[in-house]
Design a protein around this ligand. Structure first.
Ligand code: C5J
Length: 220
């Protein structure tokens, strides 16, 4: 057992039943010249999360934690993309349309890849998810159950969308969720701050929040 300094209170975790879940650190969201930037977003707001996530990933691997990576994306024929999701946005910026790094949010396209700095190692599960939450229409629950995982350390992008949706799904499924603030990012700083504040409000209604320095120190 180790104790992580966190808000709203320190969290004791058993490393044998803890997993690191890294949400959607994909080239199209994070890299200059990708889909996110083509929409006018400042991708540097997401890129700042990469070094803390790298430190967290190295510490988790060193501590022997299960490491799970996720990617948001769809099959090339869009058979797993609901019309209500595809229809949104300008036609040129819709899921499946050609983007600067291949078809937008389509599996197998260069922009769908995880950034090189956080590349999964062989054997680390990569969850391809069609939704915002990592549990919806994936086998994440089965993978975690097989390893008797009870606590999730969560980071990635974006804080208020896929990180938050995953944490809410996990919280309802009974997992303790520890979100690592500086290893998450959003194109909208106010949403990043609000997303983190929502997690710890009301005594930790969705979980706990800490930062990479404190989590890495606890894992060492
Ligand atoms: C993620 C999004 N990963 N913002 N997706 O947060 O559409």
């Amino acid at each position: 057992m180790v104790t992580v300094d966190a808000e709203p209170a320190p969290l004791a975790i058993d490393l044998a039943t803890t997993a690191l879940v890294i949400i959607d650190m994909q080239r199209d969201f994070l890299e200059p010249g990708g889909f996110g930037e083509s929409l006018g977003n400042d991708v540097s707001l997401l890129a700042v999360a990469v070094p803390p996530a790298q430190a967290l990933l190295a510490a988790a691997r060193q501590a022997g934690l299960l490491v799970v990576h996720t990617r948001e994306g769809h099959r090339p024929d869009l058979s797993d993309a609901p019309a209500a999701k595809i229809e949104r946005g300008a036609p040129s910026a819709r899921i499946g349309a050609p983007g600067p790094m291949g078809r937008i949010l389509i599996r197998g396209e260069p922009g769908h890849d995880i950034v090189a700095a956080l590349a999964p190692l062989p054997g680390e599960p990569v969850i391809d998810k069609p939704g915002k939450g990592a549990f919806y229409a994936t086998d994440l629950a089965e993978i975690l159950t097989a390893r008797a995982i009870a606590t999730l350390i969560v980071c990635g992008v974006t804080t208020e969308v896929c990180v938050h949706t995953t944490v809410r799904e996990a919280n309802d499924r009974g997992y303790r969720c520890l979100v690592v603030s500086d290893a998450c990012g959003s194109y909208i700083p106010a949403f990043h701050a609000a997303g983190l504040a929502m997690i710890v409000a009301q005594g930790g209604i969705f979980g706990w929040v800490s930062d990479s320095g404190r989590v890495v120190a606890a894992l060492a």
